[in-house]
Write a protein that binds this ligand. Structure first.
Ligand SMILES: [Zn+2]
Length: 317
């Protein structure tokens, strides 16, 4: 499979990468204007995506889609949730709203016949690409706000500003921005073979690309070499960046790479991995095609799957 080249737009429309390609304009300038925000919150055309315990509201039926609500949907909820701005599509503002305060949400909102709150990992393969991207932004933002009510500098309370683009401490005025954690993830190759690992508890025979968080003071390449050496004992040389994918569980940015192995012998760290192996192109191609066999690869909505597909298809080397 060949990949579409990225456009110069800041809204890449890569059909293969789930959680990429939101159609919303994040309104980086107008969200600073409190009057504009208040007007959008009051506007009856504005749309609100309810999330309950980080699960977005999704319509039932054959074609699944996010279930957007009007503001009166959550008007009776106590304590009153504070919507966060996701952006605009045309003139219509889109917000996410945390309705976790509802005890039995589908019943209390009277929506059980048309929609339900669903785990994003489970439902995302069924959502249109643009809605998957919007739901990633919504989940990451709502989760961050729920966990950052207090200032990390002084312990004072914080309040959301700029429509929830960040928070400010009410005591010391420190600004706190939603975190995004960079994760280096790579398929490590040597000729026609690729190194994959598996963690304890994964489905039987599932192996994936090795990955790890980039630590303070590390480059992407350094993080990758360290992780692969730590987890599998394999030395890595050249690292080539491919593409990135937001991964809202809770707030990662997966930096997808292909890397060259400089050594073959595998020595796993059992604290990190249950096993690591070299797989052939044929084994990986069969797994991508869904064939039952010694290898199962992660689902298509993961960048690990798409890295493998790009390598097998010759799009990356
Ligand atoms: Zn503070």
């Amino acid at each position: 499979m060949t990949q579409q080249p990225d456009t110069k737009s800041d809204r890449p429309r890569d059909p293969s990468l789930t959680f990429v390609g939101s159609p919303l304009d994040r309104e980086a300038t107008r969200r600073r204007d409190r009057d504009w925000l208040e007007a959008r919150l009051a506007d009856t055309s504005s749309r609100f995506l309810p999330l309950w315990k980080l699960q977005p509201l999704v319509k039932h039926g054959a074609s699944r889609a996010l279930a957007w609500a009007r503001r009166d949907f959550f008007a009776d909820l106590e304590p009153a949730p504070e919507p966060v701005l996701l952006g605009s599509l045309g003139d219509v503002a889109h917000f996410a709203v945390d309705v976790s305060a509802a005890a039995r949400p589908e019943e209390s909102f009277g929506i059980a016949d048309v929609a339900r709150f669903e785990d994003l990992r489970g439902v995302v393969p069924l959502l249109p690409q643009d809605e998957a991207a919007i739901s990633a932004q919504a989940r990451a933002l709502v989760d961050w706000h729920a966990r950052h009510g207090f200032c990390a500098a002084c312990g004072g309370g914080t309040r959301a500003v700029c429509g929830g683009a960040h928070r400010v401490c009410t005591e010391c005025q420190a600004e706190h921005f939603p975190r995004t954690d960079p994760v280096a993830i790579a398929i490590v190759v040597q000729g026609p073979r690729c190194l994959l690992g598996r963690q304890r508890g994964w489905p039987a025979s599932m192996y994936s690309a090795l990955a790890g968080f980039v630590e303070a003071g590390e480059s992407l390449e350094e993080a990758l070499r360290r992780e692969v050496k730590e987890e599998a004992g394999v030395e890595v040389g050249d690292v080539r960046y491919w593409r990135s994918q937001p991964w809202p569980f809770p707030s990662s940015l997966m930096l997808g790479c292909i890397a060259d192995a400089l050594s073959e012998a595998i020595r796993i760290d059992p604290a990190e991995l249950e096993d690591a192996r070299w797989f052939t192109r044929e084994e990986i191609a069969a797994a991508l095609a869904g064939a039952a066999g010694p290898l199962m690869v992660p689902p298509p909505f993961s960048i690990a799957h798409q890295l493998l597909r790009a390598w097998i298809g010759g799009a990356i080397t």
